[in-house]
Structures are given as C-alpha cells and as structure tokens.
Ligand binder design. Sequence first.
Ligand code: ADP
Ligand code: MG
Length: 514
Amino acid sequence: MFILSEDTERTRGDNAQSSNISAGKAVSESVRTTLGPRGMDKMLVSDSGDVVITNDGATILDEMDIEHPAAQMLVEVAETQEEEVGDGTTTASILAGELLSQAEDLLEDDVHPTTIVEGYHAAAELAQEAIEDQVIATDLDDEHLLKVAESSMTGKGTGDVAAGDLAETVVEAISFVRGDDGVDRDSITIHTQVGSSSSATELVEGVIVDEEPLSPEMPRSVEDASIAVIEEDLEIKESNIDAEYQVSNVDQLNAAIEAETEQLREYAEAIADAGADVAFVDGDIDDRVATHLAEHGILAFEGVDSDDVTSIIAATGASRVASVKALEADDFGEAEQISVRKYGDDEQVFIEGGAAANAVTVFARGGTEHVVDELERGLRDALDVVTAALDAGGVVPGAGATEVGMANYIREEAAGVEGRKQLAVDAYADAVDLIPRTLAENTGMDPIDALVDLRAESEAGNTAGIISEGQTGIVADPTEYGVLDPAAVKREAVDSATEAATMIVRIDDVIASS
Ligand code: ADP
Ligand code: MG
C-alpha cells in the first residue's frame, strides 16, 4: 500500500544514517582549517558576486548555501553557539562533526544508535564536570578579561591593529556598562566606518548615528545639547493633492505665499522657543524651515532612520513628540556633546555623554569594507566572550588545554561504564581530541606527536595546550601565554554539539517530499 505521494523521496536505515552522517561531517570538515590563531580565512562568493572574507565559523556556515537537512542541523549548532555565547562556533561544529564520525564507526561495529546516544549523553555530563574542574578563576580582574578578549581575536583579520590593542578597547567598553546585575551587553554598539587604518579604532562614550546635517549653515558641534526628537514633516501639508489656489489678483497670491511662509517659520520658531539646540526629525523638512533653524543656530537632521531614533532616545533620554507644537523642555534629551564628523563622503554624528544611559560605541575603522566587516565580527566575539566570562562562570585555559583535560577525564571515567555504552563514552573522548589535534595541524605540528605529548602532560596533572611559536607550535601551558577562554563557551559547545550529533544518529528514516 502506498501512503506517500509519488514525488516523495524516502531513504531508510543504514542509507539514511550514512547519508546524514556524511553530510554532517562534510560541514564540520569545511571549517576545520579556520580553527585557532593560525587558522586560515575563507572567501565566500554569493550568487550575486558579493564577497565575504572571514575566519568566523558561524559566518562561513551562514554564507554557504547548505541544503542537506542533516548538514543544516550542524549549521544550527554554530548559530546556537553564536547566539548563546558569541564565540566557539568552529569548535562546536568540529566537535559535532567528529561525534558523527565516531558514531559511524560504532554503528559499523553494531553498536545500537540508542546505546550511542546514551553513551554520548553520559560523556557530555563528564565533559561538563571536567570543564568545571578546570575553571581557573571566576572573580575576574582586568588582566583576565584582556586575555579572554585577546584570545578570541587572535588569528582574526583585524587589519593593522594588534589583537592586544583591540582587547583594551573591548575591556574598556565593558567596564562602562558593567553593573551589579552583570554586563549590559546591549548598551555596547559597534559602528563601522571605512577610510582609515584599523588602528584608528576607538571607543566613544555615547552613540554614533549615520546622519547628515540639513544645511552647511548649521553648527557642526554643540556642547550641553538639548535634543528634540520629532515625528513630523516640517513642510506645507497638502491636505488634498489637487488643491488649487483660487487667486484672482497678485495680492491674493502674495497673501497665500505669506501664509505658507508663516507656517514654515512657525515650525522653526516652535523648536527654538522650546529651547532645543539639536533636532532629529524623522519626517521631511522644507528648505525654508532649514534656513530658519540655521538662523537660530539649531543643528537639525531630517529623515532620521528609526534605529537611529531608538538609540538617540536610549542614550539621551529624549521623548519623541508627534508635533513641534507640543514640544516642551521636558521632552528633551541631553548630551554633553554632539558633533558631526566627516569621513570622506560620509558624515557621522557623535552623541557623547548622553544623560540617560551608559551607551558606548566601538568605532571600528578599516581601509576597506572587507576589513571593517571582519573587524566588526572579531570585536563582537570579543565583547561577547568577556560578557560570558564575567556573567557565566569564569575562564578556563584555552589553546585546546581544556579539551585535553576533558578527553582524559572522560576516558578515566569510561572505565566505570557498563557494556557497550563504554565504547560510546570512549568515542566521545576521541572526538574531543580533534580540537587540540586540529589546533596542532593548523599550527604546522605533527598532530599525532602533539596529541601524545598533550595527553602525557595532562595525565601528569599539568595544563597543556598548543601554543604557536615562530613557524610552528609547541606544547605548553596556555595560562602562561595568556590564552584563556570563557568556561561558558566550552559548556555551550559540548551541549550543542552533543545535541545535534545525537539527534542525527537517532534518525533512520528520511522522508522528503518535493
Ligand atoms: P572558534 O570559532 O571555535 O572560537 P577560533 O578560530 O576562534 O574558533 O579558535 C578558538 C581556539 O583558538 C580556542 O581553542 C582558543 O583557546 C584558541 N586560541 C586562541 N588564541 C590562541 C593563542 N594565542 N594560542 C593558542 N591557541 C589560541
Ligand atoms: Mg573564536
């Protein structure tokens, strides 16, 4: 009996499993060479010819046009990782792929999928214990934070600026928005502007909006500014497009023009009388209104986009008013300084020292669009990892050391696991090994030798990872080289990789309608 339509494609049993597993492995394989400080970049070219150059796992997988449903699940691992902790996307995808690869071997040895799933879950719990054991510090000082920020940016394309200098900017930004309730990460924005070397990247205590002053006659800088945010078109409102003036003589015409001029003047007067120095208007402003505003020394912007309005309000405490007639001093936002700066053809408005919130902006610079885009991704990761380190349980050694410790711990504990499940727990440990192994490979070391050394160090109770030095790498203690990662990044990688891998292993029937 046929219960499915003729167009349905169905793959079952071993075929379904091996196709899914291969797809998952292929995805993780595709990001392997980008892992770590010596990881390479990828250039992704879209259908329309747009080019993205990046080292960021989540971005690579997002830009790749991945269709296979199981492969898609690995892309989701990277996405979840990015959303939850902001870094470790490559690590999580590599781990998920290798868990699948190990599962393939287990399936070939006739270990039942359910046994694999149970074993993986047991191993993931052990992995979490091992991470907890390796937490170095939870009460973090700036020194720790600088190291975490720098570790997350090392190996990323950051133009001509050293990861260490950017790390300082990142930690300074965090210090502005850090309170008793943790880090208010949303109050930090990254604003990009091409046209200068990346070393010009700076921290601005406030917000930056991409708007242009209405007229060159207006001031370009205002101190202790009172800021009005207005939702209105400041022009002659034509209630009816077909409206015609019935004028029979010149006097009547003059009177009509006079009335218009008066109305336009009133707009400007209302803003000036209320006492505003700066006006952000989301509607259009007639040139004559602009002239009057300029005469009053008011800096005004028209057609301000709604995201900019939101950040101006958040930073300065302004309330949006629907009409200039209703404008009162109470509605104003305040800022210590508003200045318009010119960058090539672009103008940017800096709103600093806003009265309402500790909004800060990392003003990221770079010679080209590609450079600033990758710099922005690096900065975002760094801001996220510092936040995760502060808010979600401290830091662990980086450079693969935590993974080496994890794998060893899982192997030790596996001895106590009964039956075939033990094989799956062991396999999990082998999968975790792929992280330090890949770091070693990408550094140009012999991966087998490196792994043997790492394991020996870890068994002797030492912390050891892969530190790049000169043209190659060495096995050394990452904490002595300032390589630290947030514990939360490792925890999330274990969780999301395990979840995706076990989900894929459980599938034995793929029914695709087309
Ligand atoms: P992910 O997307 O997983 O964050 P990355 O390419 O950012 O991938 O690489 C992260 C790995 O690189 C982590 O294991 C981290 O500890 C390691 N790492 C970062 N900086 C260094 C360094 N200076 N030396 C060695 N390893 C480093
Ligand atoms: Mg990273």
